[in-house]
Design a protein around this ligand. Structure first.
Ligand SMILES: [Zn+2]
Length: 273
């Protein structure tokens, strides 16, 4: 859905005051993390002359998949949060990270560094995925709709590539009703099933089955067309993805319903809660 995205694990932020990262590292850092920290500190020291950051710095390793690099600063001291995945990064890439976070560089240079970091992340995405915790969701049998049945039907009619039961993602309702995200595709570590989450809001008799089918269809397309990177940007809905999406028989109808009726349902839920 236009409203539904798996925000992949790839944003590289350097935002003051960004404290979203979840530090999962136990109090005693693992050897790998300690080594990476030493490397980062050595690099910081080496580039000291061009580094604009003066105070004390804490380095934390996280599994936060939405912000892989972040630097928060407060009154001269700061916290650099790095995804665990950077423990495996070559020194050259750590240099890029440090330059991006600490040096006074122009936009073009920052863009180039960000792009190199993204390329590394893209190539090692499986490592980030492998450390993510399993998504939590409700069973597919809702009070009105059974997502398992819908998935089966959608696969049977439109996605022959996922005909085999064990090639299909798992599916379930979201635990919470949200007003924006109607569906989400979540990549899981190898050997585990990817997961499609559908907004609990749609388990409602006022929602036509074709709209639900369309959402499930959209998410399963993410399972077929993986995210790619081109000209410095991540592409989630490639040309092929969109072409395939438009081939859904109720495509126009589903979008029309979304544009008119979905908003009413959201407003109604909002008023009720
Ligand atoms: Zn999508």
């Amino acid at each position: 859905m236009s409203l539904s995205e798996r925000e992949t694990a790839l944003s590289v932020k350097s935002a003051p005051g960004n404290a979203q990262a979840t530090a999962l590292s136990p109090p005693g850092k693992r050897t790998e993390e300690r080594r990476t920290e030493e490397k980062v500190r050595a690099l910081l020291w080496r580039y000291n002359s061009e580094i604009i950051f003066g105070g004390s710095l804490e380095i934390k390793f996280t599994r936060n998949s939405s912000s892989l690099v972040s630097l928060s600063q407060h009154q001269g001291s700061g916290t650099l949060r790095l995804h665990e995945l950077f423990c495996k990064a070559p020194t050259e890439l750590l240099k890029d990270v440090i330059r991006l976070c600490f040096s006074n560089i122009d936009r073009a240079h920052a863009r180039m560094l960000r792009s190199r970091i993204h390329d590394y992340i893209g190539a090692n995405r499986h490592l980030a995925v492998a450390t993510m915790s399993a998504p939590v969701y409700r069973r597919p049998q809702g009070s009105i709709y059974d997502l398992e049945e819908i998935l089966k039907q959608v696969v049977r009619e439109h996605v022959p590539e996922r005909r085999l039961k064990n090639s299909r993602p798992a599916i379930g309702w979201s635990r919470q009703v949200t007003s924006k995200l109607m569906g989400k595709w979540i990549e899981t570590p190898p050997m585990e099933k990817n997961v499609i989450l559908i907004n609990k809001l749609l388990d409602d008799a006022r929602v036509p089955s074709y709209y639900l089918e369309f959402n499930v269809y959209h998410e399963i397309l993410h399972d077929l067309f993986s995210i790619s990177r081109a000209r410095g940007r991540w592409i989630q809905h490639s040309v092929e993805f969109q072409k395939r999406e438009k081939s859904f028989p109720h495509y126009a109808r589903a979008l029309e319903w979304e544009a008119t009726e979905l908003q009413k349902l959201v407003a109604f839920e909002h008023a009720a809660s």
